[in-house]
Design a protein around this ligand. Structure first.
Ligand code: PGA
Length: 250
């Protein structure tokens, strides 16, 4: 059984006070939930404080990116081992905003996946098609290629520490979520690709999150779809009330 995994991607939002206020409420109100896994992914500068605030709680803390190099002259970058050093559990890699705005290729994302796993982090690897790609009926081709390239050279054992997030680009921050049928079809396709890359049992064990305008009003129907094992949530993860109501999906 795959344990549902809901992660909040704060992106470049909140500030120290609001971030700590949010995690204090999460710790108090959902810190005891054993039936789901919960993570928050603050901006780099608040990671340390959030890790401290959640110390001893099962709520995981993740970064939104890391460098593909391990150390050295990379001005402005943060290494995976630094994230481990301050107590982070995971990192989001290959988010469409990184791919589209900052030009990250699947090869770079793959290199980051290797570095993060080698350092001991868990990884949420994001894949997703643009609206044009969906309209041209290239969704499977695009997300399949992103998945295969992102996981190139990653062994089956390491897949225990990898979650896939299917995030259609046209659904992110737009209020337009994929329908349960649309998302379910892509999730089931991605699981098939994982089966081909690894084995059926590994494919069955990897969690695939849906992301893109997940909110309290649609989380239930999305989470009811068989291959949707969790959500990667942007806007609705920024206040305690909305994030906590998402976690009440069942
Ligand atoms: P959204 O963002 O929930 O605000 O659409 C999701 C994401 O980009 O991870």
């Amino acid at each position: 059984m795959r344990k549902p995994f809901i992660a909040g991607n704060w992106k470049m939002n909140l500030e120290r006070k609001s971030a700590l206020g949010l995690v204090a409420q999460l710790r108090e109100r959902v810190g005891q939930r054993a039936d789901i896994e919960v993570a928050v992914c603050p901006p780099f500068v608040y990671l340390d404080a959030v890790v401290q605030a959640l110390n001893g709680s099962p709520i995981k803390v993740g970064a939104q990116n890391c460098c593909d190099e391990t150390s050295g002259a990379f001005t402005g970058e943060i290494s995976a081992s630094m994230l481990i050093d301050i107590g982070c559990d995971l990192v989001i890699l290959g988010h469409s905003e990184r791919r589209q705005i900052y030009g990250e290729t699947s090869e770079l994302v793959n290199s980051k996946v290797h570095t993060a796993l080698d350092a001991g982090l868990e990884v949420i690897l994001c894949v997703g098609e643009t609206r044009a790609e969906r309209e041209e009926q290239r969704t499977e081709k695009v997300v399949g290629a992103q998945l295969v390239a992102g996981l190139s050279g990653i062994d089956g054992r390491s897949m225990q520490r990898v979650t896939i997030a299917y995030e259609p680009v046209w659904a992110i921050g737009t209020g337009l979520n994929a329908t349960p049928d649309q998302a379910g079809a892509v999730h089931s396709y991605l699981r098939g690709v994982l089966g081909g890359l690894y084995s059926d049992s590994i494919a069955e064990s990897v969690r695939i999150q849906y992301g893109g305008s997940v909110k309290p009003s649609n989380v239930r129907e999305l989470m009811a779809v068989p291959h949707i094992d969790g959500c990667l949530v942007g806007g609705a993860s920024l206040t305690a009330d909305s994030f906590i109501s998402l976690l009440e999906f069942r």
